[in-house]
Design a protein around this ligand. Structure first.
Ligand SMILES: NC(=O)c1ccc[n+]([C@@H]2O[C@H](COP(=O)([O-])OP(=O)(O)OC[C@H]3O[C@@H](n4cnc5c(N)ncnc54)[C@H](OP(=O)(O)O)[C@@H]3O)[C@@H](O)[C@H]2O)c1
Length: 332
């Protein structure tokens, strides 16, 4: 495994991290979840990402049990707050009340005294940014949270938060967690340039586009049994990419991966890691073999001619529109 700094902070993270959205507490049974976490640890992954909302809070519980007994100092545990975790008006968003209640729930479920990174899972238009940042700063001072970050915030929102933090003396954001893959490059034009200037690192999600970039989904054919596209929750999330034009282009990446001696998943993960603003690529997995396959992307260098070939193959199915980085206009 290779390691990178989380943004400009002193924290080191494994450049491939393991996340449990859709899978733990939902698509896969606890045994498979534990095997995936064990495979991640065996392969040198030290960074684990979850969220209070995943599987209605069950994902954090599963991760807490799977990591039980592992030396805490050898792990970086990331979680998030924003999406609803209960029926009440205050069970969501980035108010002081919800953030405090959510972190306490997360620490209990994860069976830990602190999380290494606490992330605002989206921007909350219904809470003053100062309230959220002050609350995060309080959590840092209390030692419940070591670093703070955001997820899917626009460049303007990240920039505004950094300005407030500097003016008020609050802890600064060190990271953003956006979707990023060969097929989804919406952060490249605005979020990445601002982040590079400000020392904010990207922890990117769905680097394999939820499995699409493995090439296992064939155009015009049924999805393989047990894959995310056949899962009730996962199927809805991956649907945007399950189009014949996308799947056809992805098949054309196979010779490029083969020439490099890489699996398709490894090519996809290696591709996001070529961006120096990326601190870590969070991979998901339903089986330990997938983790073992994906981690081999660590340290892989892709030459400029390979990157060009990938761009030529994918052509106009790549999404680059910066306005696709968005948060709900009101709380969900
Ligand atoms: N901040 C956010 O808003 C946000 C949103 C989404 C995700 N995330 C984070 O990012 C993490 C990763 O997201 P993701 O799960 O979508 O990432 P991904 O790595 O792009 O996709 C993972 C899925 O692809 C399939 N797969 C992975 N490796 C494979 C391989 N080698 N061969 C064949 N199939 C393979 C598996 O699904 P099947 O076996 O079921 O096909 C696996 O669950 C999440 O767990 C979460 O921590 C964050």
């Amino acid at each position: 495994m290779e390691f990178r700094h989380l943004g400009r902070s002193g924290l080191m993270v494994s450049e491939i991290s393991y996340g449990n959205w859709i899978t733990h507490g939902s698509q896969v049974e606890e045994d498979a979840a534990k095997q995936c976490v064990q495979a991640a640890l065996d392969e040198g992954i030290t960074t684990f990402d979850t969220a209070d909302v995943y599987a209605g809070t069950k994902a954090e519980e599963v991760l807490g049990r799977a990591l039980k007994g592992v030396r805490r100092e050898s792990l970086e545990i990331f979680t998030k707050v924003y999406w609803p975790t209960g029926p009440g008006k205050n069970d969501r968003g980035l108010s002081r009340k919800h953030i405090f209640e959510s972190i306490h729930g997360s620490l209990r479920r994860l069976q830990t005294d602190y999380v290494d990174l606490y992330q605002a899972h989206r921007f909350d238009y219904e809470t003053p940014l100062e309230e959220t940042l002050k609350t995060f700063d309080d959590l840092v001072r209390q030692g419940k949270v070591l670093y703070i970050g955001v997820s899917e915030w626009t460049a303007e929102q990240i920039g505004r938060a950094l300005k407030i933090a500097d003016e008020m003396g609050f802890d600064r954001l060190v990271s953003n967690q956006p979707q990023y893959s060969m097929l989804w490059r919406v952060i490249e034009s605005e979020v990445v340039p601002l982040s590079e200037k400000e020392g904010v690192g990207q922890i990117v999600w769905s680097p394999i586009t939820q499995g699409v970039l493995t090439g296992k989904y064939l155009p015009g054919q049924q999805a393989p049994e047990g894959s995310r596209a056949t899962d009730k929750t996962g199927g809805a999330m991956i649907a945007r990419f399950m189009r014949d034009d996308v799947l056809t282009r992805v098949q054309e990446l196979k010779p490029i991966a083969a020439d490099l001696g890489l699996s398709m998943a490894q090519l996809a993960v290696a591709w996001v890691l070529q961006n120096p603003n990326v601190s870590s690529a969070i991979v998901g997995a339903t089986r330990p073999e997938q983790v073992r396959d994906n981690v081999k992307a660590a340290g892989v260098k892709l030459d400029a001619d390979v990157l060009k070939k990938i761009d030529d193959v994918l052509g106009d199915v790549v999404e680059r529109d910066a306005s696709k980085t968005a948060s709900p206009s009101s709380r969900p």
